[in-house]
Design a binder for this molecule. Sequence first.
Ligand code: FES
Length: 157
Amino acid sequence: MAAEPTTAELRALIAEFEPGKGHLVPALHKVQETYGYIMREAIEAVAEQLNTTPALVYGCVSFYDDFRTHPAAKTEISWCSGPACRLKGGDQIRSAMQQTLEVALGGQTEDHGVGFHLGQCIGTCSEAPQVWVNGKVVGDLTVAKAIRLARDLKGSK
Ligand code: FES
């Protein structure tokens, strides 16, 4: 991940995007792909570039689960919200992990060690219910296994 950019660097990065052409999401993707997240200064730069308001840009950032407003955690957990996982108790897995990690969905532990996010089905439903830890499937979870996993990840620095 690159270091935090200056306003001039952000302006140069998104200079190709224009107002009124549906460029808001692509501009935000470019910022996130480049820096790993969308910082406050980027929200202001994108608003300026696209001739809109920071509030509107922020609304877009918070609407899409793919966008993050802080650097990635060392360990990123995505919880599968797909139907097969939920049918097999995915909601209990989510609340057990949230309680153990003490984070809300979309948040990070206080030390930024673990992030917990909403995920969409990736077709590995035979291992439902599941989460992905840094992109790797951890499936066939039970509440007890989910608590153990969350404890282990929270404890590993
Ligand atoms: S519903 Fe969870 S992987 Fe398909």
